[in-house]
Ligand binder design. Structure first.
Ligand code: AHM
Ligand code: MG
Length: 342
C-alpha cells in the first residue's frame, strides 16, 4: 500500500468534510440579520431523520413492522413505523421556538404551536413522515418528505395559513432510508445532497448544486393502472415502449424521485380510476419534490401548462396528478396528454 498516497487522501477528505449543520450555519452567515431560527428548524429535521433512520434499520429486531391497526386521514392503513416517525417529527419540531404550525400527512388537522403575537418570524413545516411505508415489510426504500413555508405575519391561523403555493416554499427536501440514508435539500439556491455517516452520526455533504440529466429513456409509474389511465398517458406509454424506453418503479416516491434526480427519466402518478385526482398529495409530496426537481434543472407538472408549484392549494390534504423529472422527458409526456386529462 502506498502510505504517502493514503495519507494525502485522508487529509484531503478530512479537510473537505462539511456536515449539514456546518453547511446550514455557513448559509446563515450569508444572510446578515438571520436569527438562526430557520437553522434550528433544519437541525430538528436532521435529528428526526437520524432517529427515524435508526428505527427503520432496527424495525425487524424490535418488532415494529406491520400495521398499527388504524387508518390515517387518507383512509390508508397506518404502519407502526408511520406512527413512530410522525411522533418523532412532531416532538422535535414542536420543541423549536421558530415553528408556528406543523402539518403531517398522517393527521387530519394541523397543529398550531405558537400564536403570531410577538412579531417574530416563524415557519410552518409540512411533512410526510414515512412515505412509501408499505415497502417496510420487504426491506425496501422508504423516506421522509418535508416542506417549509413562512408563517405570513397576520395571516389567519390554522389550515388557511398553510394554503400557500409551492412557489412560496422556503426550503424542501427528503430523506431516503435506502442502502444508505441520504438527505436532499434545497433552500432555493440549488440542491445539495448529504449522506448520513453512521460512524460519526452526521449528515455529510457529498454533492453541492446537483444538476439532473436533461434526458434519459426511463419512465416510472405503476403500470398496473395502465388500463384506467387517461388516454394521453396510455398513448405516451405506447410511444415510450416503441422507442426503447426502460421502466423502473420502486413504489415509494422518495426512491423513485431519487433515481430520477440522479439518473434522469420521468416519474408520474396520473389520475386513475381508483384515484381520479391522482394519488399523491400536493402539499406533503408533490410540492417539495417539485421544488427539488426544478432547482436541479428539471420540470414538475400537474397537467399540460400547469406547473405543480403554481397550483393554489384549497385544502392541505388535496391530491394532484404528478409528472416530474428530466425536462425533455416531462415534455414527451405532456405532448401526449390533453389539459383536461390532468
Ligand atoms: P404513502 O404516503 O401512503 O406511503 O403513499 C404514497 C406512495 C408513494 O410513495 C408512491 O409513489 C405511491 O404511493 C405508490 O402508490 P401505488 O402503490 O399505487 O403505486
Ligand atoms: Mg407519502
Amino acid at each position: 500500500m502506498n502510505t504517502a498516497t493514503s495519507t494525502s487522501h485522508s487529509s484531503v477528505a478530512l479537510r473537505d468534510i462539511v456536515t449539514l449543520q456546518g453547511h446550514i450555519l455557513h448559509q446563515q452567515k450569508r444572510h446578515p440579520g438571520a436569527s438562526g431560527t430557520f437553522s434550528w428548524i433544519l437541525s430538528a429535521i436532521s435529528i428526526s431523520a437520524k432517529m427515524i433512520s435508526a428505527a427503520v434499520r432496527r424495525a425487524r429486531l424490535e418488532d415494529v413492522l406491520g400495521s398499527a391497526g388504524e387508518q390515517n386521514v387518507q383512509g390508508e392503513q397506518q404502519q407502526k413505523l408511520d406512527v413512530i416517525a410522525n411522533e418523532i417529527l412532531l416532538r422535535l419540531l414542536g420543541g423549536r421556538e421558530g415553528v408556528a404550525i406543523v402539518a403531517s400527512e398522517e393527521n387530519e388537522e394541523p397543529v398550531i404551536l405558537r400564536a403570531d403575537e410577538d412579531g417574530e418570524q416563524r415557519y410552518c413545516v409540512l411533512f410526510d413522515p414515512l412515505d412509501g411505508s408499505s415497502n417496510l415489510d420487504i426491506c425496501g426504500s422508504v423516506g421522509t418528505i418535508f416542506s417549509i413555508l413562512r408563517r405570513v405575519p397576520g395571516s389567519p391561523s390554522g389550515e388557511s395559513a398553510l394554503l400557500q403555493r409551492g412557489l412560496e416554499q422556503v426550503a424542501a427536501g427528503y430523506v431516503l432510508y435506502g442502502s444508505s440514508t441520504v438527505m436532499m435539500l434545497t433552500i432555493g439556491n440549488g440542491v445539495d445532497m448529504f449522506v448520513l455517516d453512521p460512524s460519526i452520526g452526521a449528515f455529510v455533504l457529498v454533492q453541492k448544486g446537483l444538476t439532473m440529466p436533461a434526458r434519459n429513456k426511463v419512465y416510472s409509474l405503476n403500470e398496473g393502472n395502465r388500463l384506467t389511465l387517461p388516454e394521453g398517458y396510455q398513448k405516451y406509454l405506447h410511444w415510450a415502449q416503441s422507442n426503447g424506453y426502460s421502466s423502473r418503479y420502486v413504489g415509494a416516491m422518495v426512491g423513485d424521485v431519487h433515481r430520477v434526480l440522479l439518473q434522469g427519466g420521468v416519474f408520474m402518478y396520473p389520475p386513475t380510476k381508483k384515484a381520479p385526482k391522482g394519488k399523491l398529495r400536493l402539499m406533503y409530496e408533490a410540492n417539495p419534490m417539485a421544488m427539488l426537481i426544478e432547482q436541479a434543472g428539471g420540470k414538475a407538472m400537474a397537467a399540460p401548462g400547469q406547473r405543480i408549484l403554481e397550483v393554489q392549494p384549497e385544502g392541505i390534504h388535496q391530491r394532484t396528478c404528478v409528472v416530474l423529472g428530466s425536462a425533455e422527458e416531462v415534455d414527451h409526456v405532456m405532448a401526449q396528454v390533453a389539459p383536461s386529462e390532468g
